[in-house]
Structure formats: C-alpha cells, structure tokens
Design a protein around this ligand. Structure first.
Ligand SMILES: NC(=O)c1ccc[n+]([C@@H]2O[C@H](COP(=O)([O-])OP(=O)(O)OC[C@H]3O[C@@H](n4cnc5c(N)ncnc54)[C@H](OP(=O)(O)O)[C@@H]3O)[C@@H](O)[C@H]2O)c1
Length: 283
C-alpha cells in the first residue's frame, strides 16, 4: 500500500521521500523519479509530515522508537499512522510520540491498492479536531471524505470492527459456497437467490470467481494480514468482555489457510481451508 500512496502524493505535486528497508521494493518509485531511501533517518529529516504504512506495531516501533537518534529526529514532526493496529497500540504509540515532542494522528483505511490509485479509500481519522483540520487536505489525496471519528483510538477501533467483518463474512460465504459446490448445485442459481435476498453482501460477488477458480494470486490484501487483524480484534474484544466464539472460529479458518501455504495469497484463499484446494463440483 505504501508504494502506490507515495506515487499518488508525488503525482499531486508533493515532495515525497519513500522509505523501505528492502531496496528492490523501492525500484519502481525510483524509476518514477521519487526520492527513495533505505535509511529511515533520511526520510524523517526530509519531511514535516511522515505517513506510516508499515505491517504492524512492532515494525513501527522497530523503525521509529528503538534508537535515540530517531527519537531526536522526531521532534516537531507529524506522524500519520495509516496501517491497521489495535486501539490500545495506537494510543500507546500516540503517547510515545507526544513524549518525543511529535504530533500523532491515526488514519486507518478501508480499501486497497486499486482504491489508493483511484483516490477512493475510506479513511477514518482519530486525532484532535485541530490536527484533523490541518492534515485532512493531505488525506484527501487518498480518499474524498476522511471521517473524523474522535480521539486517537476511535478510528483504530472502527477499522478493527470492519476487518472482523472481512473475516467473518468471507468465512460464512465460503462455508455456504463449499456446500453448494459439494452438493453439485448450480452456483449461478445459488448466487441469483443470494443476490435477491437480504443476506447478500457485495464482497460475495467480488470473491466468487477467485474461490471457484482457486486463484488467489496478485493479492491486494493477503491472508497473513487478515490473521493479524483477527488476532488484534480478539485481543481488544477480550479486554472489552465480548464473547469470542465466532471470531475464534474465523481465526482457526485463517490459521488453517496459512498452514496450506496461502499466507501471501488473497485472503479469499480461506475458501481452501473450508472447502479444500480442489473443486468438487457445482457448475
Ligand atoms: N493491503 C491492503 O489492502 C490493506 C488495506 C488496509 C490496511 N492495510 C494495512 O496496512 C498495513 C500495510 O499493509 P500492506 O498491504 O502495504 O503490507 P506489506 O505490503 O506487507 O507492507 C508492509 C511494509 O512494512 C515493512 N516492514 C515490515 N516489518 C518491518 C520492520 N521490522 N522494519 C521495517 N519495515 C518493516 C515492509 O517492508 P518489506 O517490504 O521490506 O517487507 C513493507 O514495506 C498493514 O497494517 C495492513 O494491515 C492493508
């Protein structure tokens, strides 16, 4: 996600310095004339505002907070954290930023690489109203209507709640589609009934072809990230005293997907964990 985001900002005329620890990943950006670096201190020195699109909290902490040099460079900078992390993690990160005399906003997103390219991400922003007003213009390059959800932690919670639905809706659809396939029922008829019912969700059609063809290549959102988010949801929901039976089931399905070697494939690969890696019927 970070690469198309950097590209988008550069296209809009911002001076961008893109950081990644892996040089090969920077090559396409370099070819597009964007400043790149494998040294986070260079990226930090270059800009007033730093957009974070790293895997998880340990990656963020590892890049930013593990050395004194980095902490000193953070003074006076604004960090907009756009990856998916837990509300408690985001609040603790915000506190660490304040301690380092930096500003912190969380702005997790719904949508993926195609939505970055078309500028149609759904962006949820946890920050003070003043921070939102100051930086909403930058965020609008990625999505038209960034929503201010309240203080730090609120946007992270909303994002986790949405990603729980990705896991549970996809698992639920995979179970029904698996039954249809094994019973040899006409899949198009099944989809027609589903589309006309109140049970339909657009994600079902988006993932149908991948599931039928067992083709999970070129993922926008890989299975391993879904497992990360389900785990984050469980940890947070546990602390809130929510019943976890459903989500534990989803977690088991996504874990099985990873044991099938599908960690880096599209998350709809969880269909293989539910219904096997080979199609058994259903025209
Ligand atoms: N993809 C989506 O559709 C989507 C949508 C919404 C939210 N998100 C969230 O956005 C975040 C990024 O997702 P993504 O799909 O862009 O993931 P990704 O392609 O795996 O990118 C993650 C980035 O983090 C870097 N990284 C990981 N560990 C690191 C470490 N210890 N030190 C330095 N760099 C490290 C990776 O570097 P390397 O390239 O060297 O591995 C890579 O640049 C995740 O939190 C994800 O859940 C993703």
């Amino acid at each position: 996600m970070g690469a198309p985001m950097a590209q988008k900002l550069a296209e809009k005329g911002y001076e961008v310095t893109a950081y990644n620890r892996t040089p090969e990943k920077l090559k396409p950006l370099e070819d597009a004339g964007i400043n790149t670096t494998t040294d986070p201190t260079v990226a930090l020195k270059a800009s007033e505002c730093i957009i974070l699109m790293l895997s998880d909290i340990s990656a963020i902490r590892g890049v930013l907070l593990d050395t004194e040099t980095m902490k000193q460079l953070m003074v006076g900078k604004t960090f907009i954290q756009m990856g998916t992390i837990a509300p408690q993690e985001s609040k603790a990160l915000g506190d660490a930023m304040i301690e380092a005399a930096a500003q912190y906003l969380e702005a997790p997103v719904l949508g993926s690489i195609p939505q970055v390219k078309s500028g149609t991400l759904q962006i949820m922003v946890g920050s003070t109203p003043e921070q939102y007003d100051k930086w909403v213009g930058v965020l609008k390059n990625f999505g038209e209507n960034p929503l201010h959800t309240g203080a730090v932690g609120t946007a992270a919670a909303m994002k986790l709640a949405m990603n729980q639905l990705i896991g549970s809706l996809t698992s639920a659809f995979a179970s029904s589609l698996g039954m249809i396939e094994r019973e040899g029922v006409d899949i198009e008829q099944f989809m027609a009934v589903l589309r006309d019912s109140a049970l339909y969700a657009p994600t079902f059609d988006k993932k149908l072809e991948r599931m039928r063809d067992r083709d999970f290549s070129n993922p926008n959102f890989p299975s391993k990230h879904l497992l990360k988010d389900v785990n984050l949801f469980i940890k947070e929901a546990e602390s809130l005293g929510l019943d976890l039976n459903l989500v534990q089931g989803v977690k088991a399905v996504v874990e099985k997907t990873l044991t099938l070697g599908l960690a880096d494939q599209d998350y709809s690969a969880l269909f293989c964990a539910v219904a096997g890696t080979e199609s058994t019927g259903g025209e």
